[in-house]
Write a protein that binds this ligand. Structure first.
Ligand code: DGL
Length: 281
C-alpha cells in the first residue's frame, strides 16, 4: 500500500483527459497534476527544449513526493521518456505511447489501416509507428501532424465551426486518401475534440490513449504493491500559468467526477527569479 499521489504532467491542459479514467478505475488514487500552460505548446519546439522543460517538471513532481510519474503528453513520451526514467530511478515513470501501441498491436488485425494524428514532434519521431510495427508488422500506419489543434484547444475553441474547419483542413485528404479504418488521438489534447472528429468522420474507429494509460498505471501499482487505500490527500492541479481556461477546463472535465480539487500556480521562471533575488540580498 502507498498513499502518496500519482504525478501527471503535460505541456498544458491536455493531460487532464487521462485523469477521469484513472479516477473511475482506481478511485482510491489521488493525484498531483502539472500543466506547463505558460510554455505550451511543446509540439513544435526543439527536442532539447522539451527535454529541459520536462526534466524540470519531473524534478518538481519527485520533490512533491509522488509515487509514480505519468507523462500525460505524447510529445514528451516520444522524445524524452528514457531521460526522465534515467534521471529519476527512484520512481516508476511511464509514457502514454507504449501502452497504446501495445494495445493497438494486440487488438488490430493484420491489414488494418491505422492513422495517427499528433504534434509535429510526435509525428516526426515515428514513435507510434515503430512501436506498433515492432509488435505487429501487418498493420499499415499513416501519420499526420496537426499543429494548430493544441493552441485552439488551449483557447477553448472547441465546440464550433473554426475547430471543425481546422479538423477538415488537416484530416479530410488524410482520412480519405489513406482509407483509414482507425485513428489514434496521438496528443492528449485531442480527446477534447473527439466528438467533433466522430461527427465529421462517423465511419472512423477512434482510439483514445488517455483511456488506455489508466490500465497501465493500475498494472504498475499492483505489481509493486503500491495501490492507495483510504488516502486523505487532496488532488492538486498546478499550472505554470493558472489561467481562466485551465480552471474552466478542470471544472468541465471533473463536473461528472464530483471530486474536490485544489489549484496552485507554480512558475519555474518566477521561482528562479525569486531565488536569484534572494541570493543577491
Ligand atoms: N498534449 C501534448 C501531447 O500529447 C502536447 C501538445 C503540445 O504542447 O503541443 O503531445
Amino acid at each position: 500500500m502507498d498513499n502518496r499521489p500519482v504525478g501527471f504532467f503535460d505541456s498544458g491542459l491536455g493531460g487532464l483527459t487521462c485523469i477521469p479514467y484513472l479516477m473511475r478505475s482506481l478511485p482510491e488514487e489521488k493525484i498531483i497534476y502539472y500543466g506547463d500552460t505558460a510554455r505550451t505548446p511543446y509540439g513544435s519546439k526543439a527536442e532539447s527544449t522539451i527535454r529541459s522543460f520536462s526534466l524540470e517538471i519531473a524534478d518538481f513532481l519527485v520533490k512533491s513526493n509522488v509515487k509514480m510519474i505519468v507523462i500525460a503528453c505524447n510529445t514528451v513520451s516520444a522524445t524524452c521518456l528514457d531521460d526522465i526514467q534515467e534521471k529519476f530511478p527512484s520512481v516508476p515513470v511511464i509514457g502514454i505511447i507504449e501502452p497504446t501501441a501495445a494495445e493497438v498491436a494486440e487488438t488490430c488485425s493484420s491489414g488494418s489501416r491505422v492513422g495517427i494524428i499528433g504534434t509535429k514532434v510526435t509525428v516526426a519521431s515515428h514513435a507510434y509507428r515503430n512501436l506498433i510495427r515492432s509488435r505487429n508488422e501487418g498493420i499499415e500506419i499513416f501519420e499526420r501532424a496537426c499543429p494548430a489543434f493544441v493552441p485552439l484547444i488551449e483557447e477553448g475553441i472547441i465546440d464550433n465551426e473554426i475547430m471543425d474547419l481546422t479538423i477538415r483542413y488537416y484530416m479530410d485528404d488524410f482520412v480519405h486518401d489513406s482509407s483509414l479504418d482507425k485513428i489514434i488521438l496521438g496528443c492528449t489534447h485531442y480527446p477534447l475534440i473527439e466528438e467533433n472528429i466522430r461527427r465529421i468522420y462517423p465511419e472512423l474507429d477512434i482510439i483514445n490513449p488517455s483511456s488506455i494509460v489508466a490500465g497501465r498505471i493500475g498494472q504498475v501499482l499492483r505489481d509493486r504493491d503500491m495501490l492507495a487505500e483510504g488516502s486523505d490527500f487532496e488532488n492538486v492541479f498546478f499550472a505554470s500559468d493558472l489561467s481562466e481556461n485551465f480552471i474552466n477546463m478542470i471544472d468541465h472535465i471533473f463536473e461528472k467526477e464530483k471530486v474536490k480539487v485544489k489549484f496552485l500556480n507554480f512558475d519555474f521562471e518566477k521561482e528562479r527569479m525569486r531565488r536569484n533575488e534572494a541570493h543577491e540580498l
